[in-house]
Design a protein around this ligand. Structure first.
Ligand code: SD4
Length: 309
């Protein structure tokens, strides 16, 4: 039995996974419960997951989440889901009870309601921290607009950029291997802070934000999803593990190949992976990461891991 999760805020998720696997739960049950523990807890603030995640530019939470099971490569995902604080559970229902693999926007929300998920509004999905960050974003936008009008200079693309210092990325990605050697991966995120309405990141896309295949193992990604999705890195890592590479080598090699391709425009991306023996590894395009929850800097990508009998 083993688990690995992105960022230090995966600690509560891993604790739940440990308890559930100890009670004999399947990897998927443990994974869902672990991710729910972070999604539904707005108290810690500062991560982009579930309740208290940062909303889009209109102040609305649009969640992306997915699950994938190694056995049969079963997959379910939701994109731009509104009103449900535990999107990974809706993603699981898509996998288990619908004839589809991915539902988007209003369709995803309607499905969640059909499945009995209580619908929430921004009032309860926001926390004080996320609301104040959004207000800061609006204020900054207004200030920028004023400055642009005053200066009346040529349109400078750079100035149009809103930089609210989201301070990094922090999607929860979790991989769980149970005692029957079944593996599952899941991700949950509110996406890039203050993203455009309708924007989709890498997280819910199979092969991009996550992949699981019991012929090799599982991998999850975090970082700049608009770029990550172009490279299907989670799929690449699992394919390499399938060919016999250990997770660490696979993650590093995939990062290296992307770096070689992208060159100077390299973007933030981290990968964590686990093979079917429970060995784990990670790779990242950033040498020193700042964990936004803790405000600490780490050499290499911070992740949380556990292994048990
Ligand atoms: C996204 N990849 O929506 C996500 C954000 C993220 O850590 O991973 N943050 O682009």
């Amino acid at each position: 039995m083993a688990a690995i999760g992105t960022w230090t805020f995966a600690v509560p998720a891993i604790k739940v996974v440990k308890r559930k696997l100890g009670d004999g739960s399947s990897c998927l049950d443990a994974l869902e419960a672990g991710i729910n523990a972070v999604e539904d807890d707005g108290s810690t603030g500062r991560y982009l997951v579930g309740r208290g995640g940062y909303p889009n530019a209109k102040g609305v939470h649009e969640f992306d989440a997915a699950v994938m099971v190694g056995e049969g490569c079963r997959f379910g995902g939701v994109v731009g889901l509104r009103g449900v604080a535990t999107p990974v559970s809706v993603a699981r229902r898509v996998m288990e009870t619908s004839s589809h693999s991915m539902l988007v926007g209003p369709g995803a929300t309607a499905f969640a309601v059909e499945q009995g998920f209580p619908l929430e509004t921004s009032d309860t999905l926001h926390t004080e921290e996320s609301l104040s960050a959004f207000r800061k974003f609006l204020k900054q936008q207004a200030e920028e607009a004023r400055a642009r009008a005053e200066e009346k200079m040529q349109q400078e693309k750079e100035e149009m950029k809103t930089e609210v210092s989201p301070g990094g990325h922090d999607t929860l990605g979790l991989i769980v291997l149970d005692k029957n050697s079944r593996i599952a991966a899941g991700v949950s995120t509110s996406g890039a802070p203050f993203k455009a309405e309708g924007r989709v990141g890498d997280s819910p896309l199979p092969g991009c934000g996550l992949y699981a295949d019991d012929a090799g193992g599982a991998a999850v990604a975090t970082g700049d999803g608009d770029n990550i999705m172009k490279f299907c890195p989670s799929f690449q890592v699992v394919q390499m593990m399938r060919q016999g590479f250990d997770p660490q080598t696979a993650c590093r090699e995939v990062v290296k190949q992307i770096q070689q391709k992208v060159g100077a425009d390299m973007f933030e991306m981290a990968l964590v992976a686990m093979d079917m023996k429970g060995c784990r590894g990670s790779g990242s395009t950033v040498v020193q990461w700042e964990d936004v929850c803790e405000g600490k800097k780490y050499d290499g990508f911070p992740y949380v891991t556990w292994t048990g009998e």
